[in-house]
Write a protein that binds this ligand. Sequence first.
Ligand code: MG
Length: 175
Amino acid sequence: MPTTHDQRPTARIGYGFDSHEFRPEIPLKIGGITLPHDKGLGGHSDGDVLLHAITDALLGAIAAPDIGALFPPSDPKWKGADSTIFLREALKRVGEAGYRVANLDASLVLAAPKIGPSAAVIRARVAELLGLDSDCVGLKAKTPEGLNLENAALAHVVVLLEKATSPRKKAAKKK
Ligand code: MG
């Protein structure tokens, strides 16, 4: 059987961005963690701005449709949805495309709350969701100096994918 040369790139980069507005008296979820704060992020799902940006970075890296196309806000099915659902779908598609996540770097922009005290927990949770070690998840937080964005949270994420070998397929061929 002739073998075809795998011409897929060995690595692919993805970038994701998201923003949500703070609203009073709803839980604040960032990176799959509920943070203590008097306001949360509004949105049709749970408003997890970081998981949304990660999801779009993963989807962008494999040139898949974006989070809004896969999970339209107009669909009542996603009202209040746990954003890990979106992340898991993106990760599944990355795997199906023959890639795995190498590392990720994220910047949050928000006036409050301070992310520093929760950064290790958020990094650990994001790493767990992506099947990575925590030291492959970067997380910085900045205040929106001069941006007049005191009532919003923004997330920027870059992700690097590397081509996955497929041990399961190799094992099957040996039979
Ligand atoms: Mg969003």
